[in-house]
Design a protein around this ligand. Structure first.
Ligand code: GLV
Ligand code: MN
Ligand code: MN
Length: 411
């Protein structure tokens, strides 16, 4: 059985962590940014140096292909994403992408010929932080969303998606363009768990059987700008009052009512944003998650009702937009079985689990058999510069991915 090269993989993770490195030890390599382009370039150059073929599609999804015996068979896809949160960690996405590339290199080193080709993918804009929605590249790949609907999207820094996408594609002229959504035989994504379960139970591998659902709402209250010192309560149309009431209900009432519920207000803006002006407008985001689609829809309705009520109480207009709607998804039993069998063969303990985070595999899983491999991260911390995965867990994850890739590419 071929083995991954631990030193090469750890060096590769460090090399990519240097692209967009933050002083606190994390990365800021947001989707389609200059740093994201630099990471794609480095990966593409390494692929070309190894004799792999490099492709990209119109969503700037990047593919690195090692041919197999039978070119008529659809390739096995492995990989993840290279973009990060603004204060992201070194492993979210990078671990799965670079381990997948290590799989290709290890197979090449060992001279193993697979039955079908294996392609490594780095999907575009998984995080959804700079441009919404997240999983943009994999949604477009799977036909679950339309690139043309997102081209007018504005980044948090004002950039237009269409411009950033074009610049990213142009920055890699060596990559052959291919039509979006080519057939693949299966998809396997290695990722850090981003939660505390594996570490707490001291289990090195999670076999992900399902992903919970996510909805992103953008809520805006509009009132009337007025003087902070002179405007009595009964004259105020204060959108901050409405936002405060709505958020208090989301955090203090809706979420505590259900232990499986996750609600997060991660971004808030007040206009004009002056200390002594009652704001004219306050907008904020709500990220809602639940493993059960019915419970998720009920929470969304409840957030709507509470926001409408809070807006009315403060005499404000209320606008609620649904920005992301990801139904919960189940992974393919044959792919999860291949992961379990690989762990058994490698004598690595594993356990089934549901992902609390969304992932590109959720969307690829709609068009091909897919599943995920999780490894523990320290204190379950992710979307944080302190994110950390031990070398032993990195190697166990990559070796498991290699074993699964061999099983699924035998053809
Ligand atoms: C992925 O980044 C998520 O927010 O689940
Ligand atoms: Mn990720
Ligand atoms: Mn993430």
């Amino acid at each position: 059985m071929p083995e991954v090269n631990p030193a090469r993989l750890l060096t590769s993770l460090a090399d990519f962590a240097a692209i967009g490195a933050t002083p606190a030890g994390g990365v800021n390599r947001q989707a389609l940014s200059v740093e994201d382009r630099a990471a794609r370039r480095l990966l593409a150059e390494r692929a070309l140096a190894r004799g792999f073929t490099v492709f990209q599609d119109e969503a700037a999804n990047l593919f690195l292909r090692r041919d197999g015996r039978d070119a008529t068979l659809p390739p096995l896809l492995i990989g993840s994403h290279l973009d990060s949160q603004p204060t992201g960690g070194r492993f979210d996405g990078a671990l799965g992408t670079l381990s997948a590339f290590e799989v290709l290199e290890a197979l090449a080193d060992a001279g193993v010929e697979t039955g079908r080709a294996i392609e490594v993918v780095a999907f575009t804009n998984e995080e959804g932080s700079r441009f919404s929605p997240g999983c943009m590249g994999s949604m477009a790949f799977a036909g679950a969303g339309n690139l043309s609907d997102w081209r007018r999207a504005r980044a948090t820094d004002g950039a237009l998606l269409a411009d950033e996408l074009a610049a990213t594609l142009q920055a890699l002229p060596e990559a052959r363009m291919r039509p979006i959504g080519h057939a693949v035989s299966a998809f396997v994504e290695l990722h850090i768990e981003q939660g505390p379960v594996l570490e707490r139970e001291d289990v090195p591998i999670g076999v992900v059987t399902a992903v919970q659902g996510t909805k992103w709402l953008e809520i805006a209250f509009s009132g009337e700008a007025a003087h902070a010192g002179t405007t009595p309560l009964e004259f105020r149309k204060d959108p901050m009052g409405a936002a405060a009431a709505a958020i208090a209900c989301i955090q203090g009432d809706i979420m505590p009512a259900d232990p499986a519920a996750r609600l997060t207000v991660g971004r808030i803006a007040a206009e004009p944003g002056s200390i002594n002006v009652i704001p004219s407008r306050v907008s904020f985001t709500v990220d809602i998650r639940h493993p059960d689609a019915v419970a998720l829809a009920a929470m969304e309705r409840r957030v709507h009702e509470e926001c409408e009520a809070a807006g009315a109480r403060w005499d404000c207009g209320t606008v609620i937009e649904l920005r992301v709607d990801m139904a919960p998804g189940r992974f393919d039993p044959q792919v999860t079985a291949a992961i379990e069998e690989t762990c058994r063969a490698l004598a690595i303990r594993c356990r089934p689990m549901v992902s609390g985070a969304f992932h590109d595999a959720l969307f690829v899983g709609r068009v091909a058999p897919a599943a995920m491999i999780f490894v523990p991260c320290r204190n379950g911390i992710s979307h944080n510069e302190a994110e950390f995965v031990s070398d032993a867990h990195i190697i166990a994850g990559a070796q498991t991915l290699l074993g699964v890739a061999l099983r699924l590419s035998a053809a």
